[in-house]
Write a protein that binds this ligand. Structure first.
Ligand code: ADP
Ligand code: MG
Length: 379
């Protein structure tokens, strides 16, 4: 029996490609023969709609899992042979308020996971665009985090807060939590800026390799998801990209991403994922900028790694079928040990260089010129 592995796809920014990635990566991994369950934890229910499921039409949803003690298996809908979706509901938006007096409210999904007989190889959770209670529930229940990023102006802004939240959850609630990878979405293949953002992030991650943080082993997925209009069109048809346009760049990119994912998740040889992929000359065709541009990305000093003392708090096969046959108990979510001295480096990314431009060519959509940024350490 496979050991279910749970991934939370998070980024507190909206519109970076979380839902598109969960839907199409999930469909691609399922099409390769792996049993996948997707959980829609966003009250906007975009993932639910992406698979043609009308929010509220199924009897049970993730709302019932979190608030009415339903099991995950009873709420899931079968989409294809290997793919199930636990749908969302607009009412989920009220969950943060309804759960305000509930003790352990950030661990409800983890408890359901532990109690449930999830018989999937992979569970992938689509999170809302915030670091609130719903995202905390995903982090508490997950084994690993995937972070979609759009490589443009301020792409890395907010990453420090996101990593700090992951670190707090890892230290206080879920010791096994790791940041597995960063996925670049809506990537402009010919732009200098996209290559620069990747290089900045590589440098930052490389500087963290010997640190004891949940992101010390984080990979940048070699596959970049190019901007492709077919990916934007398919949700309105209630289809994943493989049903809607299997020959599109979008379909090719998500199939390739599924290979990266399986390598990272341990289902295939990890040869594609060795180390961190450097930007290719094509991606950085303009001359590179002085090294000073990325000076802020340095190894965390002891002062920078002082542990934050506050508790974990929220900020505020192609697709289209139905089952429920559980067989295997999921891993238990353990209580976190007491605070460790190795806290996360508090990295914050700020915009500093407004003169950077991008030149988009090729088959992808274009973006207006954008400006660069420099990650800086914050004591
Ligand atoms: N690679 C892509 N190319 C073109 N449009 C995309 C791509 N990825 C996502 N989109 C579109 O961008 C918007 C935001 O993506 P979405 O996945 O919903 O982001 P998030 O879940 O992070 O808010 C959606 O309209 C989606 O269809
Ligand atoms: Mg979304």
């Amino acid at each position: 029996m496979p050991h279910v592995k749970v991934f939370a796809v998070i980024n507190q920014k909206g519109g970076v490609g979380k839902t598109t990635t969960v839907a199409n990566l999930g469909a691609a991994v399922a099409a390769k023969g792996h049993d996948v369950c997707l959980i829609d934890l966003d009250p906007q229910a975009h993932l639910t709609l992406h698979f043609g499921i009308e929010p509220g039409s199924p009897d049970t949803s993730i709302y019932d899992v979190l608030l009415n003690e339903e099991s995950i298996t009873s709420a899931r809908q079968k989409v294809t042979e290997n793919l199930s979706v636990v749908p969302s509901l607009v009412d989920l938006a009220a969950a943060e308020v309804e759960l305000v007096t509930t003790v352990g409210r950030e661990q409800i999904l983890a408890d359901r996971r532990a109690a449930d007989d999830l018989d999937h190889e992979f569970v992938i959770i689509d999170c809302p665009p915030s670091l609130g209670l719903l995202t905390l529930n995903a982090l508490a229940a997950a084994d690993a985090v995937l972070i979609p990023l759009q490589p443009h102006f301020l792409a890395l802004q907010g990453l420090g807060k996101l990593l700090e939240t992951v670190s707090l959850v890892q230290r206080r609630i879920n010791p096994r939590l790791k940041v597995a990878g960063v996925i670049f979405c809506m990537y402009e293949t010919q732009t200098r800026l996209a290559g620069e953002v990747v290089a900045d992030l590589e440098e930052f991650l490389d500087s963290m390799r010997d640190q004891d943080t949940p992101w010390s082993q984080t990979k940048i997925f070699p596959t970049r998801i190019r901007r492709n209009i077919k990916l934007a069109e398919c949700p309105s048809y209630g289809s994943c990209i493989f049903d809607y346009d299997p020959k599109s760049h979008g379909a090719n990119d998500y199939l390739s991403l599924a290979e990266d994912f399986l390598a990272i998740a341990g289902s295939q040889p990890a040869s594609r994922i060795e180390g961190v992929t450097k930007a290719t000359p094509q991606e950085t065709e303009a001359p590179s900028e002085p090294v000073s541009r990325i000076e802020g990305v340095t190894k965390a000093t002891p002062q920078e790694t002082e542990a934050p003392s506050e508790p974990v708090q929220p900020d505020t096969q192609p697709c289209s079928e139905q089952d429920t046959t559980p067989t295997e108990p999921a891993a238990q979510v353990k209580d976190a040990p007491a605070d460790s001295p190795d806290a996360p480096p508090s990295q914050q990314y700020v915009a500093t260089e407004p003169e950077r431009t991008s030149q988009s060519t090729g088959d992808d959509d274009t973006q207006p010129p954008t400006t660069g940024q420099t990650p800086t350490s914050q004591p």
